[in-house]
Design a protein around this ligand. Structure first.
Ligand SMILES: [Zn+2]
Length: 70
């Protein structure tokens, strides 16, 4: 990274500038944000699907006439 004071390039693992001894800012570690999705669908979509599946299954069990069963 470049020294903020003298613009000299320093290796990333250096804490101070080799030229002017200025303390170098630590490189910001970019934490890769985990995408809140699974198989291309966001979590809430899966939750909605699960709820719908549960409701549909329950409807099948308790009210077959409502979902076109027997
Ligand atoms: Zn420097």
């Amino acid at each position: 990274m470049d020294c903020p004071k003298c613009d000299t390039w320093n290796p990333d693992d250096k804490n101070v500038c080799w030229r002017c001894q200025t303390e170098l800012p630590k490189p910001v570690e970019k934490k890769p944000r985990k995408p809140m999705s699974f198989l291309g669908l966001p979590r809430w979509a899966w939750a909605a699907l699960a709820v719908m599946l549960i409701l549909w299954t329950a409807a099948q069990c308790f009210a077959p006439a409502l979902v076109g069963g027997r």
